[in-house]
Each structure stands twice: as C-alpha cells, then as structure tokens.
Design a protein around this ligand. Structure first.
Ligand code: BTN
Length: 262
C-alpha cells in the first residue's frame, strides 16, 4: 500500500522490490526526472552503503532515494548529506525524542548502534554546476542485520519504539527533508552545521579517522565550511578530512576494518 500523501513537490515511484533505489533514481535523474522524484522500495536486492559496502534491505525498513536538483556548486554538494542526516534525526525524534545522535559523515546512531545511513551521489552539468543529486536514505525501522562487530546496528523497534511502517515514515522524513533543506537554502550551511553539531556523537573527544590504510587520530573539533571533519592534533594545525570512517575514543584497533551495516 503506497503512502497516502507525500508533501507537495514530491512525486512517488513505489516499487515492491529494487536492486538499489539509488541506482533506479540515478537512471531516472540521467533521463531528466524532475526535482522531487522519489524512488521507494519495500526491499532491495543490492542495497548499497558508502564506500561500496552493502546495505541489507529486507521488507519492514525504509529504503528510498530522492532526486534533487539544487542550485549549488559542486564543492557544496556534500552539505546536503548533513541536511539529510538532520531530517532522519527529526524522524527518529518522533518516537524516541532526544535519543539519536549523528555520526560523521552521515550516519544516525541510536544508543550507540547504527540505525540509519545516507548515500549521496551526484553529477555535474555544464560549467561545473550540480546537475542532479540522489539522496539515498535507509532507516532500520523494524530490523537490522545483527549485533556482531564493535559498531553494532540497531532498529527503532529494538530501541523500544512502536513499529513505524515505511509508508508512514516516508512522508514524515520527506517533510523534514523539506524543512531542513529550506534552512540550508535560506540560512546557509552554517545553520545546518550548528544544528548537526548539536546532535553529533563524540564532539570534543578523541577519534580515529580511517580511510583505507590511512589512520589519523586526534580530537573531533568540528566541521569546516564544506562538511569535512576538523581533527585537532597536538603540535600541528587542525586538519580537515573530507572522507573516511570515524572510530570513537580508544576503540580504533578493535574497530579497524569494520563494515557498514544496514
Ligand atoms: C551508509 O550508511 O553507508 C549509507 C547507507 C544508505 C542506504 C540507502 S537504502 C536506500 C538507498 N539505496 C541504496 O542502495 N542505498 C541507499
């Protein structure tokens, strides 16, 4: 049963099953689908996470990808993943107020377990402007792949929330995405950044950021203007890191190589 109504400006493509809703949305964006096209699937056969990881996608959770055509420069496009993470935090705050936290760059944690993730993909048009953005969002509403590994996954139900059906979660998260996007467009990234920093896990504490073989340890000081993580290290200027995985505190060795889970 498709959701009754989406907020104005969105057009729904509802699928019983998809490989990846991001792939479906990208194909439609390339073919000219307008801003606000939303591909939603009950389940995915080949859900994808960041860095080529898989996103386990059985029925009962939320999987969708929205085509956006923001007027913005390429270097600012990653800011939209923080807009999306805030929208997911807003969604999750409904049943479980104040419990969820962000994790750089765009995960959402509940009681320390990963409950949602955002996968942003984009393409440039003439003059280096952004042509399209596909914002893929997965939220573990009812189930999650398991608790193995040092960064466990969780679901809203496991965290104690009443069951939230995907068809009810979808309009709520899209309405939140609209609100957060308007803040970004009218007040700029500074407003988004401070809202996100107010709800992020581990700010001011020790972290290790891994990227392949590269590992950098320091204090998580904040975000720069483009959404890169600012890492403070003794005796050197703060470093902006634009890609990687964050490991909190002294868990770096235990968590090295940990894969993202749905
Ligand atoms: C991550 O945490 O690494 C990002 C996970 C993003 C998963 C969503 S589910 C809907 C959309 N389709 C995909 O294949 N991936 C995203």
């Amino acid at each position: 049963m498709p959701p009754a109504t989406l907020p104005p400006g969105y057009a729904l493509i509802a699928l019983d099953e998809a490989g990846s809703t991001n792939d479906e949305a990208k194909a439609r964006a390339e073919a000219g689908a307008p801003e606000g096209t939303v591909v939603w699937a009950r389940q995915q056969r080949a859900g994808r996470g960041r860095r080529g990881r898989s996103w386990v996608s059985p029925p009962g959770n939320l999987y969708f990808s929205a085509v956006l055509r923001p007027v913005c420069e390429a270097r600012n496009v990653a800011q939209l993943s923080f807009v999306a993470a805030l929208a997911v935090l807003d969604l999750v705050d409904g049943p479980l107020p104040g419990r969820a936290r962000g994790k750089w760059p765009n995960d959402v944690l509940m009681d320390g377990g990963k409950v949602a993730g955002v996968l942003l993909e984009s393409a440039l048009g003439p003059g280096g402007r952004v042509d399209w953005v596909v914002l893929g969002i997965g939220v573990n509403l009812a189930s999650h792949p398991g608790l193995e590994g040092p960064i466990p996954s969780t679901s809203l139900v496991d965290a104690g929330a009443p069951t939230l059906a995907p068809e009810d979660a979808l309009p709520s998260v899209l309405a939140a995405l609209d609100r957060r996007r308007r803040e970004w467009e009218t007040q700029g990234f500074a407003a988004v950044r401070s809202a996100w920093l107010a709800r992020v896990h581990g700010l001011g504490g020790p972290v290790t950021v891994t990227n392949g073989e590269r590992r950098l340890t320091g204090v998580f000081e904040g975000l720069d203007e483009e959404g890169a993580l600012v890492l403070a290290r003794p005796g050197t200027a703060p470093l902006s890191i634009s890609a990687g995985d964050v490991i909190f505190g002294d868990r770096a060795d235990a968590e090295a190589g940990n894969a993202a889970r749905g």
